[in-house]
Design a protein around this ligand. Structure first.
Ligand code: HEC
Length: 111
């Protein structure tokens, strides 16, 4: 019984497209956190208190629903300096960042 051809087939068949991409694993989450505080931080401030872009405090982020916030991150805000990130991150990544901004964000509010 030769398992190798079977194995090769399994490798060649693309995985069934998933409607919901799985949530990012721990390694990816760490990368996304770096992206948020470094790359987003280059405009929004490393502590998200604002710079070229506005501050991103939790209270403000919760004015968006998580879908709208993920979409904003993926597509950017046309006509402004806010770029879309769809080339670098996928939907589940964007959703993770959106949830992080709403719940885990060290900046609760701006006075
Ligand atoms: C090149 C600068 C720049 C970078 C990098 C950047 N942004 Fe922005 N962002 C902006 C600007 C400018 C605005 C305000 C646009 C406007 O005038 O509405 C904005 C707006 C936003 C808003 C809406 C804020 C609000 O109060 O409604 C969110 C959320 C946001 N950015 C998230 C992110 C995230 C997450 C990243 C990284 C993945 C990121 N941004 C990277 C410049 C940037």
């Amino acid at each position: 019984m030769h398992l190798l051809p079977l194995l090769l087939c399994a490798l060649l068949i693309p995985p069934v497209a998933q409607a919901e991409t799985p949530a990012p694993d721990a390694e990816r989450r760490a990368e996304l956190e770096t992206l948020l505080y470094q790359d987003c931080g280059s405009c929004h401030g490393m502590t998200l208190r604002g710079g070229l872009g506005p501050a991103l405090p939790r209270d403000r982020m919760n004015e968006y629903d998580v879908e709208a916030l993920s979409h904003l991150i993926l597509s950017g805000i046309p006509g402004t300096a806010m770029p879309g990130w769809g080339a670098l991150i996928d939907e589940s990544d964007a959703r993770w960042i959106a949830e992080h901004l709403q719940t885990d964000n060290p900046l609760e509010t701006v006075d």
